[in-house]
Design a protein around this ligand. Structure first.
Ligand code: 9MG
Length: 261
């Protein structure tokens, strides 16, 4: 899953004029590099990122989705916490909703997903992007994420979202300390018991520098996590560096295929 961040710091002329064409060109490059899904997002979910309005998020992402739909054959995912943005993106041709706020109480997003039949990435987060890194606390992070998935799958089903639509994601970095992230990465295989595809997002995340030191390049560790994840049964890796990630995954898969022979 190639990441296309449609935010002013990513694709603009350095000022407030965001250029959809630049985001589209970047997305097309990711497809050439081997992405199987494009994830388009218009609101940063980094710790303490400022929320953007619905109108602004729509203005950023919808032209990009519209332009990509006619030009790529792979599924387009909309990375949004807002039901109205998800609905508009699905109407424009996206087919997956990547929801980092699946810990919400309100079911409006799930009704959009149920009505559309779209794929749904149900990601675990403790808190919100504004609060999540203040003091993440768990008795047992792996058990608590498992409980979250079990409870959410039941709740999604009650809202009309079928099990086949659901992808699960432990939410590395979303309300987790370095230790929580490492424990979840070590336990990825245990989440296969839900019999749903698993997604992992570790690409360039700050926990890498917390472990390896400030200023360390984040790509090698991102690739190590991607390989470990694939070996643990994860099917979808969300990545900025698609070409490198595809190579790491292909190599891992080739070795795993020999192991099974
Ligand atoms: C939007 N976004 C940023 N990090 C992510 C992650 O780890 N998983 C998913 N599903 N989305 C993410």
């Amino acid at each position: 899953m190639g990441i296309v961040n449609v935010t002013p710091d990513s694709f603009s002329d350095g000022g407030k004029f965001f250029k959809p064409e630049a985001a589209v060109a970047h997305a097309l490059q990711l497809v050439e590099q081997g992405a199987d899904i494009l994830d388009i997002g218009g609101e940063s979910t980094r710790p303490q990122a400022q929320p953007v309005s619905e109108a602004e998020e729509l203005r950023r992402v919808i032209p990009v989705v519209e332009q990509l739909v006619g030009r790529v054959k792979i599924p387009i995912s909309i990375d949004t916490m807002k039901p109205a943005v998800a609905r508009a993106a699905l109407q424009a041709g996206a087919s997956i909703v990547n929801d980092v706020a699946a810990n919400r109480n309100d079911d409006a997003m799930w009704r959009v997903v149920a009505e559309s039949g779209a794929g749904y990435v149900c990601m675990h987060m403790q808190g919100t992007p504004q609060t999540m890194q203040k003091n993440p606390t768990y008795t047992n992070v792996v058990h608590e994420v498992e409980e979250f998935f079990a409870e959410r799958i039941a709740r999604l089903n009650a809202c009309g979202v079928l099990p086949d639509q659901i992808v699960l994601d432990v939410g590395i970095g979303f309300g987790k300390s370095l230790e929580h992230n490492l424990q979840l990465l070590a336990a990825l295989g245990s989440f296969t018991k839900f019999e749903r595809p698993l997604l992992l997002g570790v690409s360039r995340k700050s926990f890498i520098e917390k472990l390896l030191g400030t200023g360390t390049a984040r790509l090698p560790a991102s690739l190590a996590c991607a390989s470990l994840a694939v070996a643990s049964g994860v099917q979808i890796i969300r990545a900025h560096d698609v070409a490198e990630t595809v190579h790491a995954i292909r190599m891992t898969e080739a070795i795993l295929a020999r192991k099974k022979e």
